[in-house]
Design a protein around this ligand. Structure first.
Ligand code: ADP
Ligand code: AMP
Length: 208
């Protein structure tokens, strides 16, 4: 099964993908995580995109599409995947149509008020990528990753200016994909305001 997780930043796509990949035995491909690991490893791609991510703007389509094309060619993508954070533009969706056959596009629906609460409280472990929330999903020890004990950080793009920019970018460039995929008969709307376990159950029930 090949799925796309669509929705505004902070809607819980990464959180649900981490649960769903175990339940459904799917590969989790997050374009945000791929860019962040390139930045951490200081690759050419990482250097090219670092400032773009910090500002909350989108990486150019050609760069992003190429990165996803290469990732989906690997053997571990053969048995199905969740694309989390891709596509984010109509051009990316058109390119994806040539690369993959999708089974469904899960649309995470959440109010702007909740999105702001989730993004401003999000904390991550830089090396493992694990995500927490200071109120909704706190680590066992404040400020530390549950497994490695490393310090948790706030992403640069979870600071106020970048959050507001990302929501604008979402409305302008990504929200049009809702109609695009509804017209293709692939869209499955999910109420993302419930607990992660309930969101996962609703999604699995709706996917059949
Ligand atoms: P996205 O991948 O869509 O940007 P994340 O999965 O990183 O979103 O979630 C954003 C923040 O909201 C994180 O801090 C996460 O712990 C928290 N979160 C995710 N899902 C839920 C939920 N169902 N209820 C409450 N908080 C959540
Ligand atoms: P995310 O982790 O999904 O919130 O993505 C973090 C950042 O990575 C975004 O704000 C963009 O700068 C970049 N990014 C992730 N996915 C894409 C994409 N499909 N197209 C362009 N830029 C992306």
């Amino acid at each position: 099964m090949n799925l796309v997780f669509l929705g505004p930043p902070g809607a819980g796509k990464g959180t649900i993908a981490a649960l769903a990949k175990e339940r459904l035995s799917l590969l989790h491909v997050s374009t945000g995580d791929l860019f962040r690991s390139n930045i951490k490893e200081k690759t050419e791609l990482g250097k090219k995109v670092e400032q773009i991510l910090a500002s909350g703007n989108l990486v150019p389509d050609e760069v992003t599409i190429e990165m996803v094309r290469e990732r989906l060619k690997k053997d571990d993508a053969e048995n199905g995947y969740i694309l989390d954070g891709f596509p984010r533009t109509i051009a990316q969706a058109d390119a994806l149509k040539e690369m993959a056959k999708l089974d469904a596009v899960v649309n995470f629906v959440l109010s702007k008020e909740e999105i702001l609460k989730r993004l401003s409280g999000r904390r991550v472990c830089k090396s493992t990528g694990r995500t927490y929330h200071i109120i909704f999903n706190p680590p066992k020890v404040e400020g530390k990753d549950d497994e490695t004990g490393e310090d948790l950080i706030q992403r640069d793009d979870d600071k106020e200016d970048a959050i507001l920019n990302r929501l604008d970018v979402y409305e302008k460039s990504t929200a049009p994909l809702i109609d695009y995929y509804r017209a293709a008969g692939l869209l499955v709307d999910i109420d993302a305001s419930k607990t992660p376990e309930k969101v996962l159950e609703e999604m699995i029930a709706k996917l059949g």
